[in-house]
Design a protein around this ligand. Structure first.
Ligand code: GAL
Length: 664
């Protein structure tokens, strides 16, 4: 497979490679540092930088007055140094003259408080004034740099929605009403969908509808869910507005923006956004949770599948510590390379950091960079330079698509949003954590699994885990049923199948939409108080949730029971497929043996030799197999087939990665 034409714009005939670089903020530095930057970038093996992300104030210091001279010079310098540019549209952080003149572009939170300037991203996606000024700048940028030979891609804004995902302003209210009219057509349909017979919420005119602002108690759940959907769409619409200007003026330059697939699923439905960019780009920062590496792999995996299996661009991660967690711990030796190569394993054809040179001033001066405060004579810079060399050696991997696994974990933004709304059986439920626990169980068993958006075709998978699949509209219900009847093995969990797309309960006993498919009947949910746990008869321990469930079909086998003998885990067998249900939170340690059993029954085996299972993550891109050491100990690879393209074919260093080429 060759690199997609909608990858970076490069000189004709250039051989594919893994791009390497960072956000570059030269405006923070005196002119004489720039030459040194380009020299050191070449030392490090940098091939591309993202430029002008926060440069609006420097590029347009007063309304309609542009100062492009300095950026012209930086672009030329980089080009002369052989470094390509992912050029931002520079609209991420509006300058003070704009917010002073148009304070109505500032977002408003759900309590009616203004988000003031003084930081960044203080703008409403629905503000006509913001859009007018931002798109004017985009036109200027496209006109000035569209033909520049350094320009490889456009970078729309930056991390759309990082700080401004939800805006409850009057502009947002007006745009929300337009969005709702499009969705429902008639007010009667909205009233029905929102269940406004409840608490006297009936609307008799569209103008009465507001975003779910701070209310006396729980706001209408469907209003909240629709507002979340709308907020994702509002930012997507803004992305498309910038993109359309760029496509009009520079049709041959690909357009991207950096997604934030990391940690708890963000308010933006990236599976829906992916079609709007020429290639997917993502930012990922390691979350200091109990299994940070699993989360990184999960996010990289999901990004690769949001990108449809095609190569994607890791736009930001960190060389070492960040500055925005409560305690910012530096990376251990090996982690910089392992984190980077795990992204490459899951399809990244570009590895970039925030940022090139560590700042001396501003809120990010304690955030690590490729060139730290200590300069080039530092462990971080040496690791950075080694990584540059490694990525050069990995050039043959560039362009190879992800090789699908036989199992998958489904991710559904609608369910993530709706399941965590208030006024539920428990407010402790965490959608992404449950999904991640299953993924960890796959990693512990050494079985490859794809993390895929719910809209992905399921038929290629032998086993699909759909954790907390709370929102199941009729079409999805039918798809899941067809999957199981067609021989697929579906596994789902507590708080799945309960509601339709309007967050209305399916009629009858739970879990409504999936009740018949699973062959179970739940009369009441029985979430567990903090600290409580239940021991199942297979020895595993449940927390968070239990169901008062009974078997409703003779074809159902009970795989585990609660102490009172009631079913905890069930599996209904079909002619070839099956539908299993897990009614409590087992965590990775409890899930692994259960998943092992379900995989065996589905005929899915680990592709790793027994000694490597759990210790090593295997990821496959065409002819290339990535072996990622999940442990802090060396791992013996002897007997694993293939020639080493990176690392040794015999041994993985602690936290090391080996890339082997050749048939499995
Ligand atoms: C990202 C952002 C960067 C930088 C980085 C620090 O959210 O895009 O500009 O702030 O975080 O980790």
């Amino acid at each position: 497979m060759t690199t997609s034409p909608r990858w970076l714009r490069t000189a004709p005939g250039r051989t594919p490679r893994i791009e390497y670089g960072a956000d570059y903020n030269p405006e923070q530095w005196p002119r004489d540092v720039w030459d040194d930057d380009v020299r050191a970038m070449r030392t490090a093996g940098v091939t591309i930088v993202s430029l002008a992300i926060f440069s609006w104030g420097r590029l347009e210091p007063a309304e309609g007055e542009y100062d492009f001279g300095w950026l012209d010079e930086v672009m030329d310098l980089l080009h002369a140094g052989g470094i390509a540019v992912d050029l931002a549209t520079a609209t991420a952080s509006p300058p003070p003259w704009l917010t002073a003149k148009h304070p109505e572009i500032l977002p408003v939170d759900h309590e009616g408080r203004t988000i003031w300037p003084g930081s960044r991203q203080h703008w409403r996606p629905t503000s006509p004034a913001f859009r007018e000024h931002a798109l004017r700048l985009v036109r200027q940028m496209a006109g000035r740099y569209g033909d520049h030979p350094a320009l490889a891609a456009w970078h729309v804004s930056n991390e759309l929605g990082c700080h401004n995902a939800y805006d409850y302003s009057d502009d947002a209210a007006a745009a929300f009403r337009v969005w709702l009219r499009r969705r429902y057509g008639e007010l009667a349909a909205l009233n029905a969908a929102w269940g406004t017979a409840f608490w006297s919420q009936h609307y008799s005119d569209w103008s009465q509808i507001l975003p779910p602002r701070r209310a006396a108690t729980h706001p209408n759940p469907t209003q909240q869910l629709d507002f979340t959907r709308f907020s994702s769409d509002a930012l997507k619409d803004y992305l498309c507005a910038e993109r359309d200007v760029l496509r009009e003026l520079t049709p041959d330059v690909p357009v991207t923006t950096n997604f934030m697939i990391m940690g708890r699923l963000r308010p933006l439905d990236y599976a829906d956004w992916a079609a709007e960019v020429d290639f997917v780009a993502n930012d990922h920062y390691v979350q200091r949770t109990s299994r940070p590496f699993d989360e990184l792999s999960f996010s990289a995996n999901l990004t690769g599948n949001v990108a449809g299996g095609r190569p994607w661009f890791l736009m930001e991660h960190s060389t070492s510590a960040v500055n925005w967690q409560p305690i910012n711990v530096p990376k251990k030796p090996g982690e910089l390379e392992r984190d980077s190569l795990t992204h490459v394993a899951h399809g990244a054809d570009a590895v970039c950091f925030f940022q090139w040179r560590q700042s001396r001033a501003g809120a990010e001066k304690y955030h690590s960079a490729m060139v730290p405060h200590a300069g080039e004579d530092s462990a971080v810079f040496r690791r950075v330079t080694e990584l540059g060399e490694t990525l050069r050696r990995l050039a043959p991997v560039a362009g190879a698509g992800r090789t699908p696994a036989r199992a998958a974990v489904l991710v559904d933004w609608d369910s993530a949003w709706a399941a965590e709304l208030d006024s539920h059986p428990t407010n402790r439920l965490r959608y992404q954590q449950e999904a991640l626990d299953w993924y960890s169980a796959f990693l512990d068993l050494g079985v490859r699994a794809d993390v895929v958006p719910v809209r992905t075709g399921l038929s290629r998978y032998d086993l699909v885990v759909a954790p907390i699949l709370y929102v199941v509209p009729e079409a999805l219900r039918r798809r899941l049923e067809a999957y199981v009847r067609g021989g697929g093995h579906l596994v789902t969990t507590y708080f799945s199948g309960n509601v339709d797309e309007h967050d209305h309960l399916w009629p009858g006993a739970h879990p409504g939409a999936l009740r018949d498919l699973l062959g179970i009947r739940i009369e009441e949910f029985a979430p567990l108080p903090d600290g409580d746990q239940v021991v199942l008869d297979n020895g595993s321990v449940g927390t968070l949730w239990t169901d008062m469930m009974e078997v409703a079909d003779a074809g159902v086998e009970v795989l585990a029971r609660y102490a009172d003998g009631s079913p905890a885990v069930t599996r209904k067998a079909y002619t070839a497929g099956s539908a299993a249900y897990v009614s409590t939170r087992l965590g990775p340690d409890g899930l692994a043996p259960l998943l092992g059993d379900l995989l065996r029954r589905a005929g899915v085996e680990s592709e790793l030799p027994p000694g490597l299972r759990g210790r090593v993550e295997l990821v496959v891109r065409g002819d290339f197999r990535f072996y990622v050491n999940r442990t802090d100990e060396p791992v013996d690879l002897t007997g694993v087939p293939g020639e080493a393209l990176h690392g040794s074919a015999e041994r993985l260093e602690p936290r090391g990665v080996g890339v082997l080429r050749g048939p499995a």
